[in-house]
Design a protein around this ligand. Sequence first.
Ligand SMILES: C[S@@+](CC[C@H](N)C(=O)[O-])C[C@H]1O[C@@H](n2cnc3c(N)ncnc32)[C@H](O)[C@@H]1O
Length: 255
Amino acid sequence: MSLSSVVSELRAAGCVFAEDEARLILATAKSPAELRRMVGERVAGLPLEHVLGWARFRGLCVLVDPGVFVPRRRTEFLAGEAIARARPGSVVVDLCCGTGAVGAAVAAEVPGVLLYATDIDPAAVACARRNLPEARIQQGDLYQALPLCLRGRIDVLVANCPYVPTEEVDLLPPEARLHEPLVALDGGEDGLELIRRVIRLAPEWLAPGGSVLVETSDEQAASACTALLKAGLEPSITSSEELDATVIVGQMPIR
Ligand SMILES: C[S@@+](CC[C@H](N)C(=O)[O-])C[C@H]1O[C@@H](n2cnc3c(N)ncnc32)[C@H](O)[C@@H]1O
Protein backbone atom coordinates (compact mmCIF):
# COMPACT_ATOMS: atom_id res chain seq x y z
CA MET A 1 0.00 0.00 0.00
CA SER A 2 1.26 3.50 -0.82
CA LEU A 3 1.24 6.48 1.53
CA SER A 4 -1.63 8.06 -0.39
CA SER A 5 -3.82 4.94 -0.25
CA VAL A 6 -3.24 4.55 3.50
CA VAL A 7 -4.04 8.25 4.01
CA SER A 8 -7.27 7.91 2.01
CA GLU A 9 -8.42 4.86 3.99
CA LEU A 10 -7.67 6.54 7.32
CA ARG A 11 -9.29 9.80 6.21
CA ALA A 12 -12.41 7.96 5.06
CA ALA A 13 -12.57 6.30 8.51
CA GLY A 14 -12.55 9.76 10.14
CA CYS A 15 -8.92 9.95 11.36
CA VAL A 16 -8.23 13.66 11.78
CA PHE A 17 -4.45 13.29 11.54
CA ALA A 18 -4.59 10.76 8.71
CA GLU A 19 -1.34 11.80 7.08
CA ASP A 20 0.75 11.73 10.29
CA GLU A 21 -0.78 8.42 11.32
CA ALA A 22 -0.21 6.89 7.88
CA ARG A 23 3.48 7.81 8.05
CA LEU A 24 3.82 6.22 11.50
CA ILE A 25 2.03 3.06 10.39
CA LEU A 26 4.16 2.77 7.26
CA ALA A 27 7.35 3.29 9.28
CA THR A 28 6.33 0.63 11.84
CA ALA A 29 4.94 -2.15 9.60
CA LYS A 30 7.54 -4.80 8.81
CA SER A 31 5.71 -6.42 5.88
CA PRO A 32 2.85 -5.67 3.46
CA ALA A 33 0.65 -8.11 5.42
CA GLU A 34 1.38 -6.31 8.67
CA LEU A 35 0.69 -2.97 7.01
CA ARG A 36 -2.69 -4.23 5.77
CA ARG A 37 -3.55 -5.53 9.26
CA MET A 38 -2.53 -2.26 10.93
CA VAL A 39 -4.55 -0.11 8.56
CA GLY A 40 -7.56 -2.40 9.09
CA GLU A 41 -7.25 -2.14 12.87
CA ARG A 42 -6.99 1.65 12.77
CA VAL A 43 -9.97 1.90 10.40
CA ALA A 44 -11.89 -0.32 12.85
CA GLY A 45 -11.22 2.23 15.61
CA LEU A 46 -8.32 0.79 17.62
CA PRO A 47 -6.20 3.49 19.28
CA LEU A 48 -3.21 4.36 17.09
CA GLU A 49 -0.78 3.33 19.86
CA HIS A 50 -2.34 -0.15 20.10
CA VAL A 51 -2.06 -0.50 16.33
CA LEU A 52 1.59 0.59 16.34
CA GLY A 53 2.44 -1.23 19.57
CA TRP A 54 4.25 1.81 20.94
CA ALA A 55 3.77 5.41 22.06
CA ARG A 56 6.09 8.37 22.48
CA PHE A 57 6.47 9.55 26.06
CA ARG A 58 8.97 12.25 27.00
CA GLY A 59 11.01 11.26 23.96
CA LEU A 60 10.97 7.55 24.82
CA CYS A 61 9.40 4.85 22.68
CA VAL A 62 7.17 3.02 25.19
CA LEU A 63 5.73 -0.38 24.20
CA VAL A 64 1.93 -0.49 24.50
CA ASP A 65 0.34 -3.95 24.52
CA PRO A 66 -3.29 -4.52 23.47
CA GLY A 67 -5.72 -3.73 26.28
CA VAL A 68 -3.20 -1.68 28.28
CA PHE A 69 -3.84 2.01 29.02
CA VAL A 70 -2.15 4.27 26.47
CA PRO A 71 0.15 6.76 28.23
CA ARG A 72 -1.21 10.28 27.70
CA ARG A 73 0.80 13.30 26.67
CA ARG A 74 -0.60 15.15 29.73
CA THR A 75 1.07 12.61 32.04
CA GLU A 76 4.49 13.76 30.82
CA PHE A 77 3.96 16.61 33.29
CA LEU A 78 3.46 14.18 36.21
CA ALA A 79 6.62 12.35 35.13
CA GLY A 80 8.48 15.67 34.98
CA GLU A 81 7.44 16.54 38.54
CA ALA A 82 8.63 13.10 39.72
CA ILE A 83 11.91 13.56 37.85
CA ALA A 84 12.43 16.95 39.52
CA ARG A 85 12.24 15.25 42.95
CA ALA A 86 14.36 12.16 42.21
CA ARG A 87 18.14 11.87 42.66
CA PRO A 88 20.55 9.06 41.81
CA GLY A 89 19.97 6.44 44.52
CA SER A 90 16.39 7.59 45.27
CA VAL A 91 13.78 4.90 45.84
CA VAL A 92 11.08 5.61 43.26
CA VAL A 93 7.75 3.77 43.04
CA ASP A 94 5.41 3.91 40.03
CA LEU A 95 2.08 2.73 41.51
CA CYS A 96 -0.66 1.89 38.95
CA CYS A 97 2.14 1.75 36.40
CA GLY A 98 0.23 0.63 33.28
CA THR A 99 2.90 0.38 30.56
CA GLY A 100 5.45 1.75 33.04
CA ALA A 101 5.81 4.96 31.02
CA VAL A 102 6.19 7.23 34.05
CA GLY A 103 8.77 4.98 35.70
CA ALA A 104 10.62 4.61 32.40
CA ALA A 105 10.86 8.39 32.03
CA VAL A 106 12.19 8.78 35.59
CA ALA A 107 14.76 6.01 35.09
CA ALA A 108 15.86 7.50 31.75
CA GLU A 109 16.24 11.03 33.07
CA VAL A 110 17.61 10.25 36.55
CA PRO A 111 20.09 7.41 36.15
CA GLY A 112 20.71 5.38 39.29
CA VAL A 113 17.22 5.46 40.84
CA LEU A 114 15.93 2.26 42.46
CA LEU A 115 12.68 1.73 40.62
CA TYR A 116 9.69 -0.34 41.72
CA ALA A 117 6.36 -0.56 39.88
CA THR A 118 3.00 -2.21 40.52
CA ASP A 119 -0.33 -2.62 38.79
CA ILE A 120 -3.42 -4.71 39.49
CA ASP A 121 -3.83 -5.73 35.84
CA PRO A 122 -1.66 -8.67 34.70
CA ALA A 123 -1.57 -7.32 31.11
CA ALA A 124 -0.18 -4.01 32.39
CA VAL A 125 2.41 -5.79 34.55
CA ALA A 126 3.59 -7.88 31.57
CA CYS A 127 3.85 -4.74 29.42
CA ALA A 128 5.68 -2.78 32.14
CA ARG A 129 8.19 -5.64 32.48
CA ARG A 130 9.03 -5.18 28.79
CA ASN A 131 9.50 -1.43 29.22
CA LEU A 132 11.33 -1.56 32.55
CA PRO A 133 13.73 -4.50 32.50
CA GLU A 134 15.74 -3.02 35.37
CA ALA A 135 12.79 -2.39 37.71
CA ARG A 136 11.15 -4.66 40.28
CA ILE A 137 7.55 -5.03 39.13
CA GLN A 138 4.76 -6.84 40.96
CA GLN A 139 1.08 -7.37 40.34
CA GLY A 140 -1.39 -6.43 43.05
CA ASP A 141 -3.63 -3.88 44.67
CA LEU A 142 -1.69 -0.64 45.25
CA TYR A 143 0.80 -1.02 48.14
CA GLN A 144 0.00 -4.71 48.68
CA ALA A 145 2.28 -5.51 45.76
CA LEU A 146 5.28 -3.72 47.30
CA PRO A 147 7.95 -5.42 49.40
CA LEU A 148 7.52 -4.54 53.08
CA CYS A 149 11.15 -3.46 53.27
CA LEU A 150 10.14 -0.29 51.38
CA ARG A 151 8.05 1.02 54.29
CA GLY A 152 9.37 4.41 55.32
CA ARG A 153 11.95 4.37 52.49
CA ILE A 154 10.21 5.71 49.36
CA ASP A 155 11.55 9.06 48.19
CA VAL A 156 9.25 9.54 45.19
CA LEU A 157 5.88 7.79 45.06
CA VAL A 158 4.18 8.55 41.77
CA ALA A 159 0.69 7.24 41.03
CA ASN A 160 -1.34 7.95 37.93
CA CYS A 161 -4.45 6.19 39.22
CA PRO A 162 -7.73 6.03 37.31
CA TYR A 163 -9.59 9.25 38.15
CA VAL A 164 -12.61 9.47 35.85
CA PRO A 165 -15.84 9.62 37.91
CA THR A 166 -17.87 6.45 37.25
CA GLU A 167 -20.77 8.19 35.57
CA GLU A 168 -18.41 10.04 33.17
CA VAL A 169 -16.77 6.86 31.84
CA ASP A 170 -19.52 6.50 29.23
CA LEU A 171 -18.69 9.99 27.96
CA LEU A 172 -15.07 9.12 27.14
CA PRO A 173 -14.06 8.85 23.47
CA PRO A 174 -14.71 5.36 22.04
CA GLU A 175 -10.98 4.66 21.74
CA ALA A 176 -10.69 4.77 25.54
CA ARG A 177 -14.13 3.40 26.39
CA LEU A 178 -13.90 0.39 24.06
CA HIS A 179 -10.20 -0.43 24.01
CA GLU A 180 -8.82 0.44 27.43
CA PRO A 181 -9.81 -1.60 30.50
CA LEU A 182 -12.39 -0.13 32.87
CA VAL A 183 -9.98 -0.72 35.75
CA ALA A 184 -7.65 1.83 34.13
CA LEU A 185 -10.33 4.51 33.80
CA ASP A 186 -12.96 4.29 36.53
CA GLY A 187 -11.98 6.22 39.66
CA GLY A 188 -15.25 5.59 41.55
CA GLU A 189 -18.09 7.94 42.40
CA ASP A 190 -16.15 11.23 42.37
CA GLY A 191 -13.09 9.81 40.59
CA LEU A 192 -10.92 10.07 43.72
CA GLU A 193 -11.49 6.69 45.38
CA LEU A 194 -8.11 5.20 44.47
CA ILE A 195 -6.27 8.48 44.91
CA ARG A 196 -7.63 8.78 48.47
CA ARG A 197 -6.44 5.24 49.24
CA VAL A 198 -2.99 6.05 47.83
CA ILE A 199 -2.79 9.23 49.92
CA ARG A 200 -4.15 7.68 53.15
CA LEU A 201 -1.46 4.99 53.19
CA ALA A 202 1.38 7.10 51.77
CA PRO A 203 2.78 8.21 55.19
CA GLU A 204 3.49 4.55 56.07
CA TRP A 205 5.67 4.20 52.96
CA LEU A 206 7.31 7.58 52.38
CA ALA A 207 10.81 8.38 53.62
CA PRO A 208 11.16 11.58 55.69
CA GLY A 209 10.94 14.43 53.15
CA GLY A 210 9.65 12.05 50.46
CA SER A 211 6.76 12.98 48.16
CA VAL A 212 3.64 11.38 46.77
CA LEU A 213 2.52 12.73 43.38
CA VAL A 214 -0.81 12.08 41.68
CA GLU A 215 -2.49 13.41 38.54
CA THR A 216 -6.05 14.73 38.94
CA SER A 217 -8.45 16.89 37.00
CA ASP A 218 -8.42 20.59 37.82
CA GLU A 219 -11.78 20.25 39.61
CA GLN A 220 -10.54 17.37 41.80
CA ALA A 221 -7.38 19.15 42.98
CA ALA A 222 -8.85 20.80 46.09
CA SER A 223 -10.42 17.55 47.37
CA ALA A 224 -7.16 15.68 46.79
CA CYS A 225 -5.30 18.35 48.81
CA THR A 226 -7.80 17.93 51.66
CA ALA A 227 -6.97 14.22 51.67
CA LEU A 228 -3.24 15.06 51.81
CA LEU A 229 -3.73 17.38 54.80
CA LYS A 230 -5.77 14.70 56.57
CA ALA A 231 -2.91 12.25 56.04
CA GLY A 232 -0.43 14.73 57.61
CA LEU A 233 1.31 15.54 54.31
CA GLU A 234 2.14 19.03 53.12
CA PRO A 235 0.09 19.63 49.97
CA SER A 236 0.88 21.60 46.85
CA ILE A 237 -0.72 21.85 43.42
CA THR A 238 1.24 22.25 40.19
CA SER A 239 -0.20 22.52 36.72
CA SER A 240 0.71 22.88 33.08
CA GLU A 241 -1.54 24.92 30.85
CA GLU A 242 0.25 23.61 27.78
CA LEU A 243 -0.43 19.95 28.64
CA ASP A 244 -3.74 20.63 30.42
CA ALA A 245 -2.34 18.74 33.40
CA THR A 246 -2.78 19.03 37.16
CA VAL A 247 -0.53 17.29 39.66
CA ILE A 248 -1.02 17.14 43.41
CA VAL A 249 2.07 16.70 45.56
CA GLY A 250 2.13 15.72 49.21
CA GLN A 251 5.40 15.95 51.09
CA MET A 252 6.22 13.94 54.18
CA PRO A 253 7.60 16.12 56.99
CA ILE A 254 11.38 15.69 57.41
CA ARG A 255 10.85 14.43 61.00
C1 LIG B 1 -4.89 5.75 34.25
S1 LIG B 1 -3.98 4.24 34.08
C2 LIG B 1 -2.33 4.90 34.21
C3 LIG B 1 -1.26 3.98 33.73
C4 LIG B 1 0.14 4.60 33.72
N1 LIG B 1 0.56 5.00 35.05
C5 LIG B 1 0.19 5.80 32.79
O1 LIG B 1 0.24 6.93 33.28
O2 LIG B 1 0.16 5.59 31.58
C6 LIG B 1 -4.29 3.54 35.66
C7 LIG B 1 -3.63 2.19 35.94
O3 LIG B 1 -3.99 1.83 37.29
C8 LIG B 1 -4.17 0.44 37.36
N2 LIG B 1 -4.97 0.16 38.56
C9 LIG B 1 -6.29 0.34 38.74
N3 LIG B 1 -6.66 -0.03 39.98
C10 LIG B 1 -5.52 -0.43 40.61
C11 LIG B 1 -5.25 -0.91 41.92
N4 LIG B 1 -6.22 -1.05 42.84
N5 LIG B 1 -3.98 -1.26 42.22
C12 LIG B 1 -2.98 -1.13 41.30
N6 LIG B 1 -3.20 -0.69 40.04
C13 LIG B 1 -4.44 -0.33 39.70
C14 LIG B 1 -4.82 0.09 36.03
O4 LIG B 1 -4.66 -1.27 35.73
C15 LIG B 1 -4.09 1.03 35.07
O5 LIG B 1 -2.97 0.40 34.48
